[in-house]
Design a protein around this ligand. Structure first.
Ligand SMILES: Nc1nc2c(ncn2[C@@H]2O[C@H](COP(=O)(O)OP(=O)(O)OP(=O)(O)O)[C@@H](O)[C@H]2O)c(=O)[nH]1
Ligand SMILES: [Mg+2]
Length: 483
């Protein structure tokens, strides 16, 4: 699997020269090591540029008709993740398995779950009560009011996140507002859309507007939401009109006044709900079941990734010091050799094994080689050894054993490579896709991110210290010969 990287070599070269130029201006000052952040950003820019043309633009998928088989497939994937978790760890999976069983039952649920959400005091409770007492048709509905959104305090933020999750978990959302949309309201409606959640926007408290204003507000709501909601999905209601003063002129010339309670009017909403549920009830139930299955799958995967990471880190650690000892004992002058020394094909295989991505030795060698050349092209090898050299000098170590920079750099690069592989494997869907080769774009981005996360001065200093501790009093015979 020869990797085509003609142009990247050029661009990487430019990025590297520029990086070196910056490095020269660092005056070996430790304080300025934070400047490596800048270089990282340059390298990241290069990385993004390299693969820009390959980047696919992802669109939110809207209104894709679902079939039962698709939902069953997602449930099966969730089930697979849960069983895998059970195999790889003595994890308590009983509650997850229970939820899988529940999901299967959900597919045939007849009752429709509606979430009523929106800002504080917009009339959610009033609407729930009204609908509950007036809904007499099939399918049956079950209404749930969420915590009020947009109250703005930090304390409420978690409650509001939970409210949004609750809304997304329902089959259909009734989003209540009292007038033109505020920006947070608009954003939340977009979030619901992005989650593929079916939503009806309910404009309540009509009685607070004059007749022509009502029409204007309704029109404006429909226009504002036109890219995500159909006209019919924006309805106007009056859930609890305030009493109005009625005045009557009597024959004797006197005026009589009294308060009259107008009847609530939610007919637009009831009609639209009837229509939607008559045609989409099944789809709505399947869609929310699918969302729940995806959530469960993600939860199981996160747990699984944690378990695997715990097993992978000691493996990386082990190879890290093997690479360090080798480079220390036999310091190579050429940086590209350093990169090759750092990324061991066996490490790729071992980590692949932990992440259920089997590689042949040959494939693992290709992966290791590809990672090595990516690291060189992105300037990471150069940057790392310069940075480590700077830390070594600034640590007032007057005599640095020959090979110390190479040794610590090899360990550091091994660590970066290992962490990147972990990250990369995690992102891969469980599919064992080693035949289709590496997703270079993803690998490149992952390397960049990991490099960014692990280049802080504090970490580097700690790492150098740890590395020296390992290398200098090394009991290994070859090391002592050279030191
Ligand atoms: N004028 C008018 N007032 C209404 C209407 N609907 C509800 N209200 C009033 O608005 C106030 C809040 O109504 P609720 O139903 O409690 O609103 P809510 O959204 O549940 O409020 P929270 O749960 O506190 O966020 C009450 O005083 C209702 O009587 C309406 O159509 N017109
Ligand atoms: Mg309420």
């Amino acid at each position: 699997m020869a990797v085509k990287l003609r142009r990247p070599i050029l661009v990487g070269g430019i990025g590297l020269s520029f990086s070196l130029l910056l490095l020269q201006n660092l005056h070996h000052s430790v304080d300025q090591l934070s400047e490596f952040g800048v270089i990282g950003i340059i390298a990241l820019g290069t990385c993004l540029w390299l693969f820009q043309r390959q980047t696919k633009h992802t669109h939110i998928q809207l209104d894709t008709p679902l079939d039962r088989a698709t939902v069953e497939k997602v449930i099966a994937q969730a089930e697979g993740a849960v069983s895998q978790l059970e195999i790889e760890a003595e994890h308590q999976v009983a509650s997850l398995q229970e939820r899988i069983a529940q999901l299967k039952g959900e597919l045939d649920r007849q009752e429709i779950h509606l979430a009523v959400t929106g800002g504080k005091g917009v009339g959610k409770t009033t609407l729930v009560n009204l609908l509950e007492s007036s809904w007499e048709q099939q399918p049956k509905i079950c209404l749930q009011e969420t915590t009020a959104l947009f109250s703005g305090t930090d304390v409420n933020l978690t409650a509001e996140t939970a409210a949004l999750e609750q809304a997304i978990a329902s089959d259909l959302v009734l989003f209540v507002t009292n007038g033109d949309l505020t920006d947070p309201e608009f954003q939340t409606l977009q979030q619901l859309r992005a989650a593929n959640q079916r939503t009806v926007l309910v404009f309540n408290k009509q009685d607070q507007y004059l007749a022509d204003e009502r029409a204007t507000v309704l029109l404006s709501l429909r226009q504002r939401m036109s890219s995500t909601l159909k006209t019919e999905d924006v309805v106007a209601i009056t859930a609890s009109p305030v009493p109005v003063k009625v005045r009557s002129h009597q024959p004797d010339g006197s005026v009589e006044e009294w308060m009259e309670q107008p009847a609530p009017d939610i007919s637009q909403l009831t009609q639209q709900l009837t229509q939607v549920l008559a045609t989409e009830a099944q789809q709505l139930v399947w869609a929310s079941t699918k969302r729940a299955a995806i959530t469960l799958k993600t939860e199981a995967r996160t747990l699984l990734n944690g378990v695997r990471r715990d097993r992978a880190l000691p493996v990386i650690e082990q190879y890290q010091w093997i690479a360090a000892a080798a480079a220390f004992a036999n310091p190579v002058p050429a940086l590209d050799l350093l990169a090759t020394a750092a990324i061991n094909a066996q490490l790729v295989m071992d980590l692949g094994g932990i992440y259920q991505q089997k590689f042949s030795l040959q494939q693992a060698q290709t992966v290791a080689g590809t990672m090595g050349s990516l690291m060189i092209k992105l300037g990471l090898v150069e940057l790392s050894s310069k940075a480590i050299g700077t830390v070594l000098k600034s640590n007032a170590i007057t005599f640095v054993a020959g090979g110390a920079v190479q040794g610590v750099s090899a360990a550091y690069l091994t660590r970066l490579a290992g962490l990147s592989l972990i990250e990369y494997f995690q992102q891969q869907e469980a599919a064992i896709n080693s035949e289709t080769g590496l997703n270079l774009h993803k690998l490149c981005q992952t390397l960049q991110n990991i490099f960014q996360q692990n280049q802080q001065l504090g970490f580097l200093q700690g790492f150098v210290k740890q590395g020296l501790g390992r290398l200098l009093p090394s009991p290994q015979p070859q090391s002592s010969e050279i030191a």
